[in-house]
Design a protein around this ligand. Structure first.
Ligand SMILES: [Zn+2]
Length: 490
């Protein structure tokens, strides 16, 4: 009798627990998007019809019938009417403070861009006015710039970005956009819950686009303490190093000679080429040993090769999954791509710069150099993790233009640049979502639309399958959701 009662009690308790579990699992969503095309970019590049979000997380992805039980009295339901949902866009190389100061002026117009979309009529693209009108002096100035960028990015569906280079190397810089104060401002805004996008930052111990020295770099590593992470919103992941310049200025360090017989040089200080190279490698080793992720601005074929080798050697020593990457990578020879793939080194590049400056590279290095210019298709074929980004305010922060440039490789004049390096739409989308999450070390919780992951979403005002990729920049972003919160709605 007693045993039976206990068994009954246990059975009831179990049923109650199961009920609770089931209720929890199928708790009504805060937000449900349904009757659309949900491009999950998850395993198998799955396509679903509906998605439910609760407490900042994705709870279910499936058919309308799968999701319907999650619609409660308090649930906001949005009928997508066939429109596409993508993971929130991650612009993995974007200067947020600088962009907030410059916008709508850009340093370089993106020549791949068709006519601006209906939501972009107020952008008035400028033709590069150098820097902001006045130097950012105060925390209030920088916070305003960051918040302005946040609003702009929300309107574009961007929910994460990387600030590639903020730190003491620029504390006395001419713009005030890249100093260590900005790191503190980001951390404060994140802690205050005021960021509209998740930010990863790289520290800068030299000057932006300028010289660096091994001595200053290692002192920065030793002495500078970045602000603490704000989980999910702000993280100082590592360091940025400027290794060389750019091919059109003949400041990229190359294997192939410029028209005047020179080969460029590293930006690292040093009396001889050997000293510069040794010091660059020493910087990479020191930052790696300190546990940092490293992004290196590397454009010439010799620089990309040398940096890839240094990443390989540093990683081989301790086996750490460091997620180091080359930034820009204008000229990369095939053996370097193979080296990068084998060592797990990423490439973070901007095809908009390719279509805008290819002629200048050809003028500087001869047309043969173009065979290895912005080789994104070859990089993917070799197995290199590829991130596409805007480098805004160099280019527009509009990822739709970046996707169009990568898929069409076509400039405003209708001429293709490096058409053999075109990539597929699905590949370009992954380079703005899945792989940047990998670059952030955050692929476990963002970058795809799967249950349990962060509810960072970008809804386009069309079905992606109905749009010519060249016309993608004309398709408005209808809705942006960050951490389950709607931050932009048409
Ligand atoms: Zn940049």
């Amino acid at each position: 009798m007693y045993v039976k009662r206990v068994q009954t009690m246990l059975s009831r308790a179990k049923k109650k627990m199961m009920r609770i579990e089931r209720r929890d699992d199928s708790a009504p969503g805060d937000l449900v998007l349904t009757r659309g095309r949900v491009h999950t970019l998850g395993a198998g590049d799955g396509l679903a019809e509906a998605i439910a979000v609760r407490n900042g997380r994705i709870t279910r992805v499936g058919s309308h019938d799968d999701i319907a039980p999650l619609i409660g009295r308090e649930t906001r339901v949005i009928d997508l009417a066939g429109r596409s949902v993508l993971p929130g866009i991650n612009d993995s190389h974007l200067h947020g403070v600088w962009l907030g100061t410059m916008w709508p002026n850009l340093l370089m117009d993106q020549l791949a861009a068709p006519a601006p979309g209906p939501e972009a009529h107020d952008t008035g693209h400028g033709h590069g006015h150098g820097g902001p009108a006045s130097r950012l002096e105060t925390s209030a100035d920088r916070r305003a710039a960051i918040l302005r960028t946040g609003e702009l990015l929300s309107s574009l569906g961007v929910t994460s970005y990387t600030e590639p280079g903020l730190g003491p190397g620029e504390d006395d810089g001419p713009t005030g956009c890249f100093g260590s104060g900005a790191l503190r401002d980001y951390a404060d805004l994140a802690a205050e819950g005021l960021l509209n996008a998740r930010v990863t930052a790289l520290m800068l111990f030299g000057e932006l686009d300028g010289a660096s020295s091994l001595e200053r770099f290692t002192r920065g590593l030793r002495e500078f303490t970045p602000p603490a992470d704000v989980p999910g919103w702000f993280r100082v992941a590592g360091v940025k190093i400027f290794a060389d310049g750019i091919p059109p200025m003949r400041t990229a360090w190359t294997d192939e000679p410029y028209a005047d017989g020179t080969y460029g040089a590293l930006l690292v200080e040093g009396a001889t080429p050997e000293r510069r190279e040794a010091d660059l490698v020493a910087m990479i080793e020191a930052a790696h040993a300190a546990g940092h992720q490293i992004g290196v601005h590397a454009t010439g074929s010799r620089t990309t090769r040398r940096v890839a080798e240094a990443f390989r050697d540093a990683g081989a020593r301790d086996g750490r999954d460091a997620r180091h990457y080359l930034i820009h990578g204008d000229l990369i020879h095939p053996p370097t791509l193979a080296e990068m793939a084998a060592a797990g080194v990423g490439l973070n590049t901007q095809v908009g710069i390719a279509v805008a400056t290819e002629e200048m590279v050809a003028a500087a290095l001869g047309p043969d150099a173009l065979r290895h210019a912005w080789p994104v298709r070859d990089a993917l074929a070799a197995g290199v993790p590829l991130c596409l980004s805007s480098d805004a305010p160099v280019l527009s922060p509009d990822w739709r233009k970046g996707v169009a440039a990568a898929v069409t490789r076509t400039g405003l004049d209708g001429r293709a640049r490096g058409p053999e390096q075109r990539i597929a739409l699905a590949q370009a989308l992954r380079a703005y979502t899945v792989t940047p999450a990998w670059q952030d070390g955050a692929e476990a919780w963002k970058g795809t639309l799967e249950p349990g992951k962060a509810a960072d979403l970008c809804v386009l005002d069309a079905d992606l399958f109905d749009v010519e990729v060249a016309a993608l920049p004309e398709v408005p972003v209808a809705l942006t959701v960050v951490d389950g919160r709607i931050v932009h709605e048409l």
